[in-house]
Design a protein around this ligand. Structure first.
Ligand SMILES: C[S@@+](CC[C@H](N)C(=O)[O-])C[C@H]1O[C@@H](n2cnc3c(N)ncnc32)[C@H](O)[C@@H]1O
Length: 254
């Protein structure tokens, strides 16, 4: 169980007296008499993780978790603890609107793996950027559609506009990683049948699907101008191929 989970798990009711671990009886009214041993152990773990800040963090944790704490205090508590456990992570500002956007959260939960919120900010940004291009006359394209989470946003934004959303994907997963791709990706990772994309887009008729390896089918849209292009193929080569093809076909403001 992670440290944070253990911190936030309800503390057991039973208080473990210091006598159970100490060789001589503890003096009355010590911390160990009143605080569950598990909590003391967690404080010890926090001290190990953030030796110079543990006291401040624990005090903040106490304040933040006190009954009646407002959301801002809880947020600051979460930030303090996350910073102690994983200092590289940088928290954003409190009260991000998208955390309150229940429609958007429902969209996200529908398309993404349960419990995986890792691309919530990117999906939200995509949705907002789409709005900035609605006044442009061009079409929309996506390179790397997978099962349609971002394609859904693109089709939704442009529904009824008369513009088409052109979706390019191998539906055989990733092409072979090249020299700039590191060793994370493997060939054919993220393979997904075209049918999964079509099911995600049920109810829309403003899209076309181009199955095949990028850039093989790009010439079919060579005569179009584009208001928005989303490139999401994970690898260097198809990303570059997509940029080279689409960049000169995007409109000013796209
Ligand atoms: C990260 S997923 C796309 C996710 C999608 N944009 C979304 O937000 O839901 C990457 C997709 O790129 C496709 N892909 C990767 N390399 C490709 C290539 N060389 N040609 C065609 N499709 C490719 C994969 O099949 C996969 O569906």
């Amino acid at each position: 169980m992670s440290l944070l989970r253990r911190i936030f798990a309800p503390a057991p009711k039973a208080v473990v007296p210091a006598r159970s671990v100490a060789t001589s009886p503890a003096p009355a009214n010590t911390l160990a008499d009143t605080v569950p041993a598990r909590v003391i152990q967690l404080a010890g773990e926090l001290t190990r993780l953030a030796p110079d800040r543990a006291e401040v963090l624990l005090a903040r944790l106490c304040d933040g978790m006190a009954s009646g704490s407002n959301e801002n205090a809880l947020y600051q508590t979460a930030e303090a603890l996350a910073t102690a456990v994983y200092p590289k992570y940088k928290f954003s500002e409190y009260a991000r609107l998208f955390l309150e956007d229940t429609d958007f959260l429902a969209y996200y939960e529908r398309f993404m793996d349960p419990g995986n919120w890792h691309s919530l900010d990117r999906k939200y940004t995509l949705d907002q950027l789409l709005k900035l291009t609605l006044h442009l006359a061009g079409d929309v394209a996506e390179c790397g559609a997978y099962k349609g989470a971002s394609a859904f946003l693109m089709c939704r934004a442009h529904r009824g506009s008369g513009r088409l959303v052109h979706l390019f994907d191998s539906f055989e997963g990733l092409s072979d990683p090249g020299e700039f791709d590191g060793d994370y990706w493997t060939p054919r990772a993220l393979e997904m049948p075209e049918q999964a994309l079509r099911e995600s887009l049920a109810g829309f008729d403003n899209y076309r699907v181009y199955q095949g390896w990028i850039p093989g089918r790009f010439p079919e849209v060579a005569g179009h101008a584009f208001a928005f292009v989303h490139i999401d193929v994970d690898l260097y080569r198809p990303t570059l191929d997509s940029l080279e093809f689409f960049y000169e076909r995007t409109l000013p403001g796209a």
